[in-house]
Design a protein around this ligand. Sequence first.
Ligand code: G3P
Ligand code: CA
Length: 778
Amino acid sequence: MALTLSLGLSSLGASALGGGAAPVTPAPVPSAPISTAPISTAPVSTAPISTGPVTRPTLVGYAEMKADTFAQGPASGAWNGGLRGEARFSGQPVQGFSGVQRDPQGQGFVFLSDNGFGAKNNSADYLLRLYRVALTPGTPAAQAGRVQVGSFIGLRDPDRKVPWQIVNEASPERLLTGADFDVEGFAFAPDGTLWVGDEFGPFLLHFSADGRLLEAPISTPNLAGLPTLRGQAPIVIGHRGSSGTRPEHTLEAYRVAIEAGADFIEPDLVVTKDGVLVARHEPVIAVVDKDGKVLEATADVAARPEFGDRLTTKTLDGVTVRGYFVEDFTLAELKTLRAVERLPALRGKAYDGQFEIPTLSEVIALVRDMEAKTGRKVGIYPETKHPVYMNEVAKFNTSQLLIDTLVKEKFTDPARVFIQSFEVGNLKDLKQNIMPGAGVNLPLVQLVSSPDEAPYDWTAAGDKRKYDALTTDAALREIATYASGVGPYKRWIIDAEGRTTDFVARAHAAGLLVHPWTFRNEATYLLPGYRNDPEAEMRQAFQAGVDGLFTDFPATGAKVAGQYAAPEVRSPQHPAFAQGVSSAVANLPGSGGFEGFTIAPGGKVAYGLLEKAVAGDPAGQLRLMRYDLGTRQWTLAGRYALEQGGEAIGDLTPVSDSQLLVIERDGGQGQTARLKRLYLIDLGAKNADGTFKKTLVADLMALADPRGLAPSTRNGVFSFPYVTIENVLVLSPDTLLVVNDNNYPATGGRGADVKDQTEFLWIKLPTALKLAPGVARN
Ligand code: G3P
Ligand code: CA
């Protein structure tokens, strides 16, 4: 039976009795103006359930509210995908419950309606409300249960506390809608005010007892506890600029990298005949075979007949190379060349022939120019290429040239320069002689290549050791005597099987920053486990604790790093995105906010449990945020680990100040539902990985119902196969109330053609919970 509900003390609506499918025709509702009547003190009641002990979680009471249950209010359901059409319903749907508490003014319950019709862009005419509901459980004695919906609290913002535009912006009452907030849990504080957890921010919302917003929405800080060396935000280094999208080591590649959000840009440095440092990855700028075919090039020199006499063969770090070498060109000659794409088969040639080879001084000038344009500080991360070769063949100490250039250009802020090298001796020379001589002290980074390679200065000196000799604990401590960090080949961090190694932890233990290389978007560079998702590789590196990474695609790096180190946790529905805030970063999946929200029995702290994992957190680990209602400080209480097959949490309710019950669920419904469970967590009991220990309290897919209280029970077993189950409340030490969110007007829980109803379960537990005083007050 459809319901007609009205407001006020004496107007409790009709009941919805158990059993049967709901009619599909919307109920007629009065067209009375909307009101925000406080929850009344009408004498509703919740009948006590008497039953003997049980040996497994058992259904001891049951009731239903039909799907089409409406309250007074404006017609609704007109929005679909952001487009407004005809209203589908002539009133406001009551159902879609996302939170439950005892009625502080009566003996019944208060239920929070979810944000409407499933999405922000469908719910602008769904008014956010809490409904007073009296429940009478169906029992063998009482037969069918009874659900009576009473008055409601309308959530509203007449005092304009919300600092962005809301749906009902101009109306005096400023009633809040499902397009403004996605309300998923609530609790009453000891002072009688109402706290609500939201998913769009996610925000905490603080209302008076009658639903008036008291303060601006409270944002959720990103308290990740970054596993970097000092907890600092990791940096993104534009490897050879944005070399994935522009020819490497050009001012354009560097400019694009900075625009994309790179914190540092990386010029590899070689030297010209006249002693000027220029940005090239190698001294050889075109490698040709014996027939004159270009094998690899970063400049168009092979097509310049005027430089034909420079084609030569040299030994570069023990390798015979035929080609054109920078040290055989004056800067003026080099400036007549144009850069070409080094990997044309992969990255195309669209930008060939457009850009010069830049000097280090020009790179610094670009950084200054971009800083002025963007307002961001940007650093440079120069690498002196092949120091032994440069000394012996090009006849320049490029380490000295580098320091001389930085001093001349007045670019010596140690927060904006890292100097890196694959060799060891030149870094020690920089630390011990060159930098002190110049009066500067810039951080150095020891590059560590793959274990089959060796620092060439070692090889040249007859030392047979390879790079793995730089990765022992003792070697890392030795590196820390001259360098601030290590720049390892990324397989030192994540091995070829995709496993995170202990390298970062060991380097951090030696006090070293870790900046691995090279992260690239193209599938050919990604392990299969990343399924062509370069962000997944970066996330794993950030989770491993790296302090930064080199990437050819700094836009991707900046996006992932931004999610990881953003000051706030934000969903894609956060209002900052609608406002076009350019720095806004979404680091939480949609519908991943405070699905669980409650206030501990002591009344001093609130807990919000995110429904999904924040970007950068281990997969399947959900943050439990603690909010001190007195000091207004957030802390991270810990992480809740989902089960294998668990996809989200549905609600959170206290057992005591240290124990909470959590609904965990998968995304299935009806025949596809597998995991719908209640777990108990203790805030003081954690696993080795820091997640809360969990105790299974009830499997909602297999509750005993020996007396057949629910119409769906088969063979004495009751299943609760709804996609979302969003309400749990402790009624007594061994009795819980559990209710689904029927996502009105969804179907599928009890059949493809059956509109989901709201089902109320009284569940008796075989073992009593240790309740804090006041948790179950009736
Ligand atoms: O310098 C570290 C990173 O750039 C990787 O080396 O060969 O690209 O200069 P490479
Ligand atoms: Ca480099």
